[in-house]
Design a protein around this ligand. Structure first.
Ligand code: SF4
Ligand code: SF4
Ligand code: SF4
Length: 308
């Protein structure tokens, strides 16, 4: 049975194998691993151009996930400034000082096709469902290393900082509601249809329909997440550059694939000095052997022996 890159790295980390060796073998394993694309991938389509910033989706998300209202800002209103340990979904405002086009921006987990959070987690506490593609977190597997908060290119997973066994908070596409035949909380209240839920293929078709029917409306006439970062299951349309919404231009290669490509390159270069070192060791061993033989011959000639 073929072992996956994740299985291999996790096993080696658990066994206490040094990080450099682990990464080296992980890079080799990636070469052979085909990243599966979920066959029933579901997701969100957020069209920033029709979002009115009402934040009904923020409240609905908190209610759907039974998280207490985050009133830590002014102690009165539920107005978190960013994703945090109580907030899986946030609406932000991009408003440039030069008076050019502004935009609201919804931020939640992107449910990447090749999630860096899951690839980096040594204990598979974050994992991608092979059917729906939803990326979830399992408390029992998590050791609280917070590595996922560093590897995610969208800065999505947030940790509680208090408590002995802190929780990771991130959007899990309301999978508990989907299991009951309900839509995700955020998509069930949006008054303008700025955020909708569905199969990823249907959402892509809808996004392209909107682009076609509204020439000149959307930035670069493209859907963020169709190919970005290897593809994501949260898709975006925008009037303003995606980076202004907090979505970095990552290119079509996923972050885990790119990171491990560099690791492969590093070890290719590392292989040359290693070969040189191996050759050097051989030369030294031959010389030592020669010296030993010479000494042995000399001892025979002088009659010198080790004292017994
Ligand atoms: S956006 Fe971040 S947390 Fe969400 S799946 Fe991608 S890497 Fe993981
Ligand atoms: S899908 Fe659910 S958890 Fe994710 S942002 Fe929407 S309401 Fe929140
Ligand atoms: S509910 Fe819809 S319109 Fe209101 S802030 Fe959320 S995405 Fe925007």
């Amino acid at each position: 049975m073929a072992i996956t890159r994740r299985e291999l790295i996790a096993t080696m980390v658990k066994a206490g194998v040094p990080a450099a060796v682990t990464v080296s073998v992980g890079a080799e394993a990636l070469h052979a691993e085909n990243i599966p694309v979920p066959n029933a991938a579901v997701g969100l389509l957020y069209d920033a151009s029709i979002c009115i910033g009402c934040k009904a989706c923020v409240a609905a998300c908190a209610e759907a996930n039974a998280t207490p209202p985050d009133t830590r800002g002014d102690g009165l209103h539920q107005a978190p400034s960013d994703l945090n340990d109580l907030t899986r979904n946030i609406i932000k405002l991009y408003k440039p000082e030069d008076g050019s086009a502004s935009s609201f921006a919804k931020r939640q987990c992107m449910h990447c096709l090749d999630p860096a959070c899951a690839a980096g987690c040594p204990f598979e506490a974050l994992h991608k469902d092979p059917e729906s593609g939803i990326v979830s977190w399992t408390a029992e597997e998590c050791i609280g290393c917070r590595y996922c908060t560093i590897t995610c290119p969208y800065h999505v997973p947030r940790f509680q900082w208090q408590g002995f066994n802190p929780r990771v908070t991130k959007c899990e596409l309301c999978s508990h509601r989907l299991a009951q035949g309900l839509r995700p909380g955020c998509t069930s209240v949006c008054p303008t249809g700025a955020v909708i839920f569905g199969p990823r293929t249907a959402l892509l078709l809808e996004a392209k329909r909107r682009i076609k029917n509204n020439p000149g409306r959307y930035y670069q006439e493209r859907v963020y997440g169709e190919t970005d970062n290897g593809g994501t299951q949260a898709l975006y349309l925008s009037r303003v550059p995606f980076e202004k919404l907090g979505l970095p231009e990552l290119g079509p290669e996923s972050v885990p694939a790119r990171t491990l490509r560099w690791q492969r390159r590093f070890y290719q270069y590392f292989a040359l000095p290693a070969l040189f070192y191996a050759g050097l060791v051989q030369v030294i061993r031959k010389r030592l052997k020669g010296h030993e033989q010479e000494a042995h011959e000399r001892e025979k000639q002088t009659g010198l022996r080790a004292q017994l």
